[in-house]
Design a protein around this ligand. Structure first.
Ligand SMILES: Cc1cc2nc3c(=O)[nH]c(=O)nc-3n(C[C@H](O)[C@H](O)[C@H](O)COP(=O)(O)OP(=O)(O)OC[C@H]3O[C@@H](n4cnc5c(N)ncnc54)[C@H](O)[C@@H]3O)c2cc1C
Length: 296
C-alpha cells in the first residue's frame, strides 16, 4: 500500500529541525532510518502530514569514545555499531545486538536512536542497552536534557520524549574490566524480531561477580531489569549454584503475552534458557575465554 500524502522537509541544522517540529507538532514525524516509520506509513498505521528527515542534519552521525563513555549520534546505523572496534572489543553485548537486528539492508539504514524512540517491546536495542548504563540525549526548544534509558521508555511504543523534542543521541558507559557481556536473542526466522531476548553484563572482582545486570526483551511491554536475580548473583562464583537459583527469578520477572510467536508459558521458559546462555557467554568473555557474537 502507498502511504497517505505528506509534505517532506530535509533540514540541515538541528535548529531548523526543531523549528519545523515546533510548527507542526503532533502532525509531524522525525524520519531517521525509516525502517520502522515507513512500513507503518505504508500500512497506514501512521499517517504524519509532515515528515522531517534528519539525515542531512550535521553533527548527528557516528559513534566515538569519550573517556569511559561511548557517544552515539542519532544517525548512527546498526551497521556502524558492527563496524566499531571499541564495541567489538569492549562492549560485545552491543555487538551481539547489532549483529542480530534484522538483515543487512535494515542494518545499513536503521538507527540505534530510532529504535529507542520507536520503543517496540520486541526491539533489540531497548532490551540490550537496558543492561548497560545508558542515557538518551534529547534536544528541545529549551535546550538539551539527558534521560536514563529506564525512564526514557515508559510503555510499549511510548517514550518520555515531548512532541517538540528530538533525540540527538545516546551515551553508554563502557563497562569496567574485568567483565563481560552478552545479548542472546531467539527468533523464529533469521532477521525477525525476537520471540524473547536476554542481555547480561557482569563485572568481576577476582573470581567473584562484583556486579550483574540482566535485561529482558520481548517479555513485557517494556524491557525489564531483573533486580532480584542481579542481587542474588552478586558475590557468586562460577562454582556456585546461584545461577540455578537465579533462573526462576528471571522467569518470574518476565511478563510475556501470548501471540503468534508463542504462549506465555513457552516465553517464560525461553527467558530462563536464554538467561543461562547469556550468563555463560558473559562469564566466558569476562574470563577471556571466547570472542565473537552469539547465535542461538
Ligand atoms: C524487515 C525489518 C526487520 C526488522 N527487524 C528488526 C529486528 O530484528 N530487531 C529490531 O530491533 N528492529 C527490527 N526492525 C526495525 C529496525 O531496526 C529500525 O531501524 C528501528 O526500529 C528504527 O530505527 P529507524 O532509524 O529506522 O527509525 P525510523 O523508522 O526513521 O523512526 C521510527 C520512529 O522513531 C522516531 N524517531 C526516529 N529517530 C528519532 C529521533 N532522532 N528523534 C525523535 N524521534 C525519532 C520516528 O519519528 C518514528 O516514530 C526491522 C525492520 C524491518 C523493516
Amino acid at each position: 500500500m502507498y502511504p497517505a500524502e505528506f509534505d517532506y522537509f530535509a533540514p540541515r541544522t538541528l535548529e531548523e529541525a526543531l523549528a519545523l517540529l515546533g510548527r507542526y507538532g503532533d502532525d509531524a514525524k522525525i524520519l531517521a532510518g525509516g525502517q520502522s516509520l515507513l512500513p507503518m506509513m505504508k500500512l497506514r498505521i501512521a499517517g504524519p502530514r509532515y515528515l522531517i528527515d534528519i539525515n542531512r542534519v550535521e553533527g548527528l552521525s557516528g559513534l566515538r569514545r569519550d573517556g569511559d563513555r561511548l557517544v552515539i549520534g542519532a544517525l548512527c546505523r546498526h551497521a556502524d555499531v558492527l563496524a566499531s572496534p571499541v564495541v567489538r572489543d569492549e562492549v560485545p553485548l552491543m555487538w551481539d545486538a547489532a549483529a542480530q537486528t534484522a538483515d543487512v539492508q535494515v542494518r545499513n539504514r536503521g538507527t540505534v536512536a530510532g529504535s529507542l524512540a520507536h520503543a517496540d517491546p520486541a526491539g533489540d536495542w531497548p532490551a540490550a542497552l537496558m543492561a548497560l548504563d545508558t542515557e538518551v540525549t534529547v534536544a528541545g526548544p529549551g535546550g538539551t536534557r539527558a534521560i536514563a534509558l529506564d525512564r526514557f521508555i515508559v510503555d510499549a511504543y511510548t517514550t518520555a520524549l515531548h512532541v517538540n523534542e528530538i533525540v540527538t543521541g545516546l551515551a553508554v558507559r563502557i563497562p569496567p574490566q574485568p567483565g563481560g557481556g552478552a545479548y542472546v536473542k531467539f527468533e523464529k526466522r533469521a532477521g525477525d524480531f525476537a520471540v524473547a531476548s536476554v542481555g547480561v553484563q557482569v563485572a568481576l572482582d577476582g573470581a567473584r561477580v562484583r556486579q550483574a545486570a540482566i535485561s529482558l526483551g520481548a517479555l513485557g511491554p517494556t524491557p525489564i531489569r531483573v533486580r532480584a536475580a542481579e542481587e542474588l548473583l552478586r558475590g557468586s562464583t562460577e562454582a556456585g549454584d546461584e545461577v540455578s537459583r537465579a533462573e526462576p527469578l528471571v522467569r518470574e520477572a518476565a511478563q510475556p503475552f501470548e501471540d503468534t510467536r508463542g504462549s506465555v508459558e513457552y516465553k517464560r521458559h525461553l527467558a530462563g534458557v536464554l538467561f543461562r546462555r547469556a550468563w555463560a557467554v558473559a562469564l566466558d568473555r569476562a574470563h577471556g575465554r571466547m570472542v565473537g557474537t552469539v547465535h542461538v
